[in-house]
Design a protein around this ligand. Structure first.
Ligand SMILES: [Zn+2]
Length: 177
């Protein structure tokens, strides 16, 4: 035994022959560091995680008592936030709102095609042409130009989304070199 360890050092799943002889059955030991008891009490490793620790009864009780829901939630929130930032950066948040998404490969996805259609462009349009078309069209329905015009606002938003989708696709292609 190593003596007092940090209480949150739960170690890794350990297996050991129960008994001394070769024909002894292998049992799972308690996952609590340093514990030699049989681990037959499953406990979730994280909220909503299918992964389980296996503790002896005593350590299962201890673990459950210390179970930090907030830590798990913070982590899930952090992951969700990271995901959101990623999607926003690539224009996906808006794209998803409209059921659009990128194909991920270098070819034009159905969403890009739809975006090109919104901008009135052909499928082989260069990004410079995309930018130009977007600017020209967006200018006509810009909220500054047509304040309070609902249709114009919707059209403007559509153009923005189309541009975002195509810009994100362009950037993905650039990253791949
Ligand atoms: Zn134990």
């Amino acid at each position: 035994m190593v003596g007092a360890r940090r209480s949150n050092d739960w170690g890794f799943p350990r297996w050991r022959g129960y008994g001394s002889s070769r024909e002894a059955t292998t049992v799972r030991l308690c996952d609590r560091h340093g514990c030699e008891e049989k681990g037959d009490c499953p406990a979730p490793k994280a909220p909503n995680s299918p992964e389980r620790w296996y503790f002896c009864q005593k350590h299962a009780a201890e673990y459950n008592k210390k179970w930090d829901y907030f830590e798990g939630l913070d982590k899930a929130e952090r992951e969700a936030r990271t995901k959101d930032e990623r999607t926003e950066n690539s224009g996906y948040a808006e794209a998803q709102h409209y059921g659009w998404g990128g194909s991920g490969d270098g070819s034009r996805s159905a969403d890009e095609m739809r975006a090109l259609e919104v901008l009135g462009l052909e499928s082989d349009a260069e990004f410079a042409a995309i930018k130009k078309a977007w600017r020209e069209k967006a200018k006509l329905v810009h909220p500054d130009v047509k304040p309070g015009d609902k249709d114009a606002a919707v059209e403007f938003q559509k153009l923005q989304l189309a541009y975002e989708v195509l810009k994100a696709a362009e950037e993905r292609r650039e990253w791949k070199g």
